[in-house]
Design a protein around this ligand. Structure first.
Ligand SMILES: NC(=O)c1ccc[n+]([C@@H]2O[C@H](COP(=O)([O-])OP(=O)(O)OC[C@H]3O[C@@H](n4cnc5c(N)ncnc54)[C@H](O)[C@@H]3O)[C@@H](O)[C@H]2O)c1
Length: 261
């Protein structure tokens, strides 16, 4: 068990990659906190994890609300006595052609994908620093590292706010690593390629999903989308003591995206 006696908060853990990460960390002995805005998915996730004999609790939280995030984290710290791991995973995208992006679109994506990460890290930092131990893992995206030359109608070309936020998360990771390193806290990041989740499927029509899978299969040297547990394994590594001498870095988990090689 690589995370025995650790407490891990995973934001957006009610579905998709966040749920896969929570399940993987729980398998390795962590007590996981399913932090999500969606009440229904929280209880399903908690039940699923508890059914395996692992420890899980749920907490409804909107990570875009600064004071709420702080209160939530303080509450967890009080209940568990420790916060060892934070995975800043909650995220959203709005596929829009650049000339149709509205202020609310821009704001909604930046608030969740960038500010949510900042709020989470700021809330856990004092608890981690006090114990001189902590692992923060941020979730960026391939779209935060570059654009893609081969774009479908609703593909990377229609993700300006998302790409901007995800690029900023990589830089925020470096800054936080520098500031929190002296307190014993590692801050790293993972940049997923393409994984089939509600984020990538329900935001598109079935035809667009098919088009997108074909596109991402073509532009990945392993010729397939990622499996959720493959992403979760990278997060597990960064959340565990196996990565103690790594901080400020971003690991792409993307099957070898040809537009990144
Ligand atoms: N799926 C992919 O291919 C892919 C690729 C690159 C990056 N990512 C990133 O991975 C992360 C997870 O994505 P996913 O594909 O699993 O998406 P998803 O839509 O399946 O899950 C996102 C979760 O975040 C929760 N959430 C939404 N708003 C929230 C808020 N304000 N506060 C708290 N929770 C909130 C949702 O309820 C949901 O459970 C995101 O940051 C996403 O940008 C995903």
């Amino acid at each position: 068990m690589r995370l025995k006696d650790k407490t891990a908060i995973i934001t957006g853990a009610g579905s998709g990659l966040g749920l896969a990460i929570a399940k993987r960390l729980a398998q390795e002995g962590a007590a996981v906190v399913i932090a999500d805005i969606n009440e229904t998915s929280i209880s399903a996730a908690v039940n699923e994890i508890q059914a395996t004999g692992a420890q899980a609790i749920g907490y409804r939280i909107d990570v875009t609300k600064h004071e709420d995030v702080k209160r939530f984290v303080d509450d967890i710290a009080e209940k568990t006595g420790q916060i060892d791991i934070l995975v800043n995973n909650a995220g959203v995208t709005r596929y829009r052609a650049f000339d149709t992006i509205s202020d609310p679109d821009w704001q909604a994506v930046l608030d969740l994908d960038l500010k949510g990460v900042f709020y989470g890290a700021q809330a856990v930092a004092p608890h981690m620093a006090r114990r001189r131990y902590g692992k923060i893992v941020n979730i960026s995206s391939s779209l935060g590292t570059g654009t893609t030359p081969d774009i479908g109608k609703l593909s990377a070309g229609a993700s300006a706010p998302y790409a901007s936020a995800k690029a900023a998360v990589i830089q925020l990771t470096k800054t936080l690593a520098r500031e929190l390193g002296p307190s014993g806290v590692n801050v790293n990041c993972v940049a997923p390629g393409f994984f089939l989740t509600p984020l990538t499927s329900t935001t598109r029509s079935p035809e667009e999903v098919k088009e997108h899978i074909a596109l991402r299969t073509r532009t990945t040297v392993l010729n397939r989308p990622g499996k959720l547990e493959e992403l979760a394994n990278a997060v597990l590594f960064l959340a565990s003591d196996e990565s103690n001498f790594i901080t400020g870095h971003t690991i792409p988990v993307d099957g070898g995206r040809t537009d990144r090689m």
